[in-house]
Design a protein around this ligand. Structure first.
Ligand code: MG
Ligand code: MG
Length: 259
C-alpha cells in the first residue's frame, strides 16, 4: 500500500529538494578540468551540514561518501576519488539529504570543460527524457507510463536505458515504494495517486544497456565502457501536472555553466 504524503510532509520534502538542488549547483560551480571529485564531495558535505541537514548517502548500506561521483562510463554509485577530472569527461553527481526526518534526492550530469557533440547529445537527451517522465507522472497514470515516456524518448535517439536500477518513492525513507523504472509499458505498473512523492531518474547509455558492478561492490559501469548520463528530480504526483520539489534552475540559471 503506497500512502500519499500529507501537505506537511510535502513541505519537508520540498525543503530537502531545495537543499539538494542548491548543493548540486555549488558542486557545478567548481566542476572543471583538474578538480578532484573528492574535493567536490567535501564542498558538498560542508554545504549540506551548514544547512543543518545530513548527507543521507554517507553510511547508507555502507556507502563511504556524502555524494555519488560517477565519471564517464560509471552510470551511478561511483566513489569520490583523487583523480583529477579531465577536459571532455562527464561527471554524474547524485546528492541526498536528510532534514527533519525526510529525504532529498537529485542528480545531475555535468560536462567537464568542452565535451564532444555525441556526449553533449547524450546529456541533453537524458535530461529531456527525465522531463518526459515528469510529464507522465500525473494522478491516474501508472509507473509504466513514466517508464514508457523515458524509454521511448531516449531510444528514439539511439541511446539505451539501464534496466537494473530505477527511480522510487521518497519520504521518511530514501527509497520507498513504488519502484519507478525507466522503461515500461503504458497502463502497467503501480497506479499514481495525488500526493505521491517520487524520484524519477533516467540512466541512459551512449552505447549498449549492459552494466556490471565494480569490485568495490558499488560503482555501476557500462559493459562497453561508453559514457552514461544520469539526471534525477523529486516530484509530487498531482492531477493534471506533477509538481517539482527539486530543480536544476540553480545550476542552469546561475550562468557559470554554459548550456
Ligand atoms: Mg539519487
Ligand atoms: Mg534516487
Amino acid at each position: 500500500m503506497i500512502r500519499p504524503k500529507t501537505e506537511e510532509e510535502i513541505e519537508l520534502l520540498r525543503i530537502n529538494g531545495e537543499l539538494v538542488s542548491k548543493t548540486l549547483a555549488e558542486v557545478g560551480k567548481l566542476v572543471a578540468p583538474g578538480v578532484t571529485t573528492a574535493k567536490l564531495c567535501e564542498v558538498a558535505e560542508t554545504f549540506i551540514r551548514d544547512h543543518g541537514a545530513i548527507p543521507s548517502f554517507k553510511g547508507f548500506d555502507g556507502f563511504p561518501a556524502a555524494l555519488c561521483m560517477s565519471v564517464n562510463d560509471v552510470v551511478v554509485h561511483g566513489f569520490p576519488s583523487d583523480r583529477p577530472l579531465e577536459e571532455g569527461d562527464i561527471l554524474s553527481v547524485d546528492c541526498g539529504t536528510l532534514y527533519k526526518g525526510y529525504n532529498g534526492d537529485s542528480a545531475y550530469t555535468f560536462p567537464v570543460g568542452e565535451v564532444d557533440a555525441e556526449t553533449r547529445k547524450l546529456l541533453d537527451v537524458t535530461k529531456a527524457s527525465l522531463y518526459k517522465g515528469i510529464e507522465a507522472a500525473v494522478a491516474g497514470n501508472r509507473t509504466g507510463d513514466i517508464g514508457y515516456a523515458v524509454q521511448s524518448y531516449a531510444e528514439s535517439f539511439g541511446f539505451s536505458v539501464v534496466r537494473e536500477l530505477e527511480g522510487h518513492g521518497v519520504g521518511r525513507k530514501m527509497h520507498e515504494d513504488p519502484g519507478v523504472p525507466n522503461y515500461g509499458r503504458r497502463g502497467h505498473g503501480a497506479r499514481l495517486v495525488d500526493g505521491m512523492t517520487i524520484c524519477i531518474e533516467p540512466m541512459i547509455c551512449a552505447g549498449g544497456r549492459g552494466v556490471y558492478i565494480a569490485k568495490n561492490g558499488w560503482a555501476v559501469h557500462t559493459a562497453d565502457h561508453k559514457k552514461a548520463a544520469h539526471y534525477e528530480l523529486t516530484v509530487v504526483v498531482r492531477k493534471g501536472r506533477a509538481e517539482q520539489l527539486s530543480t536544476f534552475d540553480y545550476i542552469e540559471k546561475d550562468g557559470s555553466i554554459k548550456f
